[in-house]
Design a binder for this molecule. Structure first.
Ligand code: SF4
Ligand code: SF4
Length: 405
């Protein structure tokens, strides 16, 4: 019986190569061209590491049992995923990743986070335990976790802030690279401008696109790697995590307009959003996995991805931002003395007017306990907005639109 001997696979390049074909007597009788699909790798900014474009987000890993989690992580590794991302705040996720990858440690890029803000706590309570959990004496990337406002950024970067602990660990050769994570592109842009961070981890999906305006181009200019979170909105392939996990779960029963734009099934929505994000200038998408089928689905989309079609570009308004004035969702106008969730109201209005999600947005707005009619017109939001938006006026117009039928 003939057998096939693969001479080499250029996995960095993605897909293609030639291989030798031999028969049982070892005689080489030719080259054939095979199309082999290998998960694409992209450069992780100035770290120069090569990461699989689909990364493994360890957020949901506390749900499966140890054995299930090990199987899941290992399945992802076998499918070509080499970027594994976790945190001390994700239950026992670090331990499970550490156990699953111990024998292939050097073939993986391990990233974790410190959630403490002070130097002492970051080093003492966080990093030491992370090394034990991950079963390694060297971590490729440690990120300062969830920096969502400028005050916190100032704290972590101060003399006694968490960044000093990471830099110390880096100088001892225990941490290779330092990154930052958060949900507010405005704050993250200010962070990477300092030159202290090699990577930035930020939400990006079909409708949560604020990072595209300033952060991604700036990161490109500074050679800082962009790692994407919340590509599906949430780990169950439902949309817009922060809205769906808030006080209502309405998104599980999306109205017609939502389905028309994003697809009927969770899988279809996930595929669309993955394709949209794969087309961006980003290094990897670290999406949270809790089941092998989710890994399989994500890897398949990435393997087959050859760029967006012209129709997709039109449908998704690829490369465009909403018309001015639009809220960037940075949250810097909060707190409102009348307790109005200003960015949420303007977000629902944007979803309604720009993305055509009228019913869906109304449904969310109706559920907000404090609406714009509570506004005492103090003008603070206008004064605080770094984009000089007429926020108060925009809120009044949004309220009218969202409540009209
Ligand atoms: S103008 Fe209205 S919405 Fe803006 S901060 Fe004041 S009370 Fe809040
Ligand atoms: S109104 Fe301005 S400050 Fe408030 S969230 Fe939007 S962009 Fe940020």
């Amino acid at each position: 019986m003939d057998w096939y001997w693969v001479s080499s696979i250029d996995s960095d390049a993605g897909k293609k190569f030639s291989c030798l074909v031999r028969n049982i007597y070892g005689q080489v009788f030719g080259y054939v061209l095979l199309q082999v699909i290998v998960l694409e790798k992209r450069r992780l900014g100035r770290t120069d590491l090569k990461v699989s474009v689909i990364g493994f987000g360890g957020g949901p890993l506390s749900y499966p049992t140890v054995d299930e989690a090990k199987r899941l992580v290992r399945y992802a590794f076998d499918r070509g995923v080499n970027y594994f991302e976790t945190s001390r705040v994700y239950g026992d996720s670090e331990e499970k990743i550490g156990m699953a990858l111990e024998d292939v440690r050097d073939d993986c890029i391990l990233a974790t986070k410190v959630r403490h803000r002070s130097k002492e706590m970051a080093a003492r309570a966080n990093l030491k335990q992370s090394f034990r959990n991950l079963r390694t004496d060297r971590i490729d990337l440690v990120q300062i976790h969830s920096v969502n406002d400028l005050k916190t950024l100032e704290t972590v970067m101060g003399k006694n802030g968490a960044l000093s602990a990471l830099k110390e660990a880096q100088s001892k050769g225990k941490v290779d690279h330092i990154g930052i994570t958060g949900h507010m592109p405005y704050v993250l842009s200010r962070a990477i401008e300092t030159g202290e961070f090699d990577t930035v981890f930020v939400p990006l999906n079909l409708i949560e696109r604020e990072a595209e305006e300033e952060l991604i181009p700036l990161a490109k200019e500074l050679d800082v790697a962009v790692i994407v979170m919340k590509v599906y909105g949430s780990r169950e392939f439902y949309w817009v995590q922060r809205d769906s996990r808030a006080e209502n779960r309405a998104i599980q029963f999306p109205p017609k307009d939502f389905e028309q734009i994003f697809g009927r099934s969770g899988l279809e929505r996930a595929q669309k959003s993955l394709r949209y994000v794969l087309a961006q200038d980003i290094s990897t998408i670290a999406t949270g996995f809790s089941h092998i089928s989710e890994v399989e689905a994500a890897v398949k989309v990435a393997e087959e991805f050859k760029g967006l079609t012209e129709k997709e570009k039109r449908d998704y308004r690829f490369g465009q931002m909403p018309p001015e004035p639009f809220c960037r969702d940075c949250g810097l106008c909060l707190p409102c003395p009348d307790d109005i969730n200003i960015p949420a109201v303007l977000r629902f209005d944007r979803y309604s007017t720009y993305y055509g999600l009228e019913d869906w947005s109304r449904r969310f707005y109706e559920k907000l306990t404090t609406k714009v009619n509570s506004c005492s017109e103090c003008g603070e939001c206008d004064a605080k907005c770094p984009y000089s938006l007429p926020a108060m006026k925009m809120l009044a117009e949004a309220d009218k639109r969202l409540l009209s039928r």
